[in-house]
Ligand binder design. Structure first.
Ligand code: NAP
Length: 315
């Protein structure tokens, strides 16, 4: 578990603007579970954070000074120089927010990485379609709450798991047909009771017992979208899967994916997700903490379940 000893809040002088650069005042910061992986000095799909260097992360900022064509003072942009209140960045690394009539913070959540992950993980990696019975773990979280809503909008039956009665109530309010409080008993037993006919799709955010329970209840030709396994991010412990052999018998397809695999399909995502948001079928849900110095608490909160929906820091 990250501690305050791993972090330092520091004042630094920013350089004057060079050509092609913008100065940004951050309004919203994202904290995400993958950042924990970047604290390990290992090779992965994103390079590790460097000790002594500023943290990075998704952010929404307002342009306060510009030497870049196409970026004017007052523009709102999405970029990766988060975990700070002000930044100087190359404008080519920042994207102006598309005009979808949505609040800016949605572009860190339901219309950002979170939504993209949920949308393509469900519909492409797992090939989920109308009529499927879908099980999603961490269903009260950012990606999970988006998966629940998208699956319902697309005519699927949804079982969501979350920790505690309040979170389960929240997942039900998103439209889930069945909910599982994984803290109240063994997941495999609860899932068998919630899905007596079995599941066609599993959207894995947690790994461990949840993944094992999904293997145990999978129907023939089930598809698993392997999105993340937060259960092991701090422990690093390998997961024991008692039911892994069912992959063979039930012809289960497990598909890992990273949201960046789908950057080429952003237009399609904005169109469909934008329409689902406009019609009220999908809503962005957030837990908001205030002030730069709450960033670490917000980040740590992801591993204790302090968030419902997307965890954000407002500056
Ligand atoms: P999130 O779900 O909003 O926050 C994490 C949630 O995980 C917590 O609220 C907590 O909910 C649950 N959790 C924490 N520790 C747990 C444990 N030991 N067992 C069960 N549940 C636990 O975070 P997110 O940003 O949406 O990310 C969800 C997953 O998607 C993560 O695994 C992340 O790494 C992955 N992800 C993958 C991609 C990709 O491109 N593949 C992109 C984004 C995110 P409870 O209170 O219910 O325990």
């Amino acid at each position: 578990m990250p501690t305050s000893d791993n972090f330092e809040l520091k004042d630094v002088e920013l350089p004057p603007l060079g050509d092609g650069q913008v100065r940004l005042r951050n309004l919203w910061l994202s904290v995400d579970p993958y950042m924990r992986g970047r604290m390990n000095d290992v090779k992965s799909y994103v390079p590790p954070f460097q000790v002594g260097q500023p943290m990075e992360g998704g952010a929404i900022g307002e342009v306060v000074e510009s030497k870049a064509e196409g970026f004017a003072v007052g523009d709102l942009v999405s970029h990766m120089a988060g975990w700070r209140d002000e930044a100087v960045v190359d404008a080519r690394t920042a994207q102006t927010l598309p005009d979808l009539g949505a609040p800016p913070e949605y572009f860190l959540g339901i219309l950002g990485v979170t939504g993209l992950t949920a949308y393509f993980g469900l519909l492409d990696a797992a090939s989920a379609a109308e009529g499927d019975i879908v099980f999603v773990s961490a269903a009260a979280g950012a990606v999970g709450s988006a998966v629940v809503q998208i699956a319902k909008a697309k005519g699927m039956t949804v079982i969501g798991s979350a920790g505690g009665a309040d979170k389960c109530e929240f997942v039900r309010s998103l439209g889930a047909d069945e909910v599982i409080d994984y803290k109240a008993g063994p997941v495999v037993k609860s899932l068998m009771a919630a899905a007596p006919k079995g599941i066609d799709v599993y959207f894995d955010n947690v790994g461990g017992d949840h993944l094992d329970a999904a293997l145990a209840t999978a129907r023939q030709n089930a598809r698993f979208a392997m999105c993340g396994m937060i259960e092991g991010y701090n422990t690093g412990e390998p997961t024991t899967l008692r039911y892994i052999m069912r992959v063979v018998a039930m012809r289960i397809r497990m598909q890992g994916f990273i949201y960046t695999d789908y950057m080429g399909r952003l237009g399609e995502f904005y169109q469909d997700m934008g329409a689902m948001i406009a019609s009220g079928q999908v809503t962005g849900r957030e837990t908001v903490m205030d002030g730069l110095d709450s960033t670490l608490e917000a980040f740590r909160g992801l591993f204790t379940g302090a968030n419902t929906g997307k965890m954000l820091v407002r500056l």
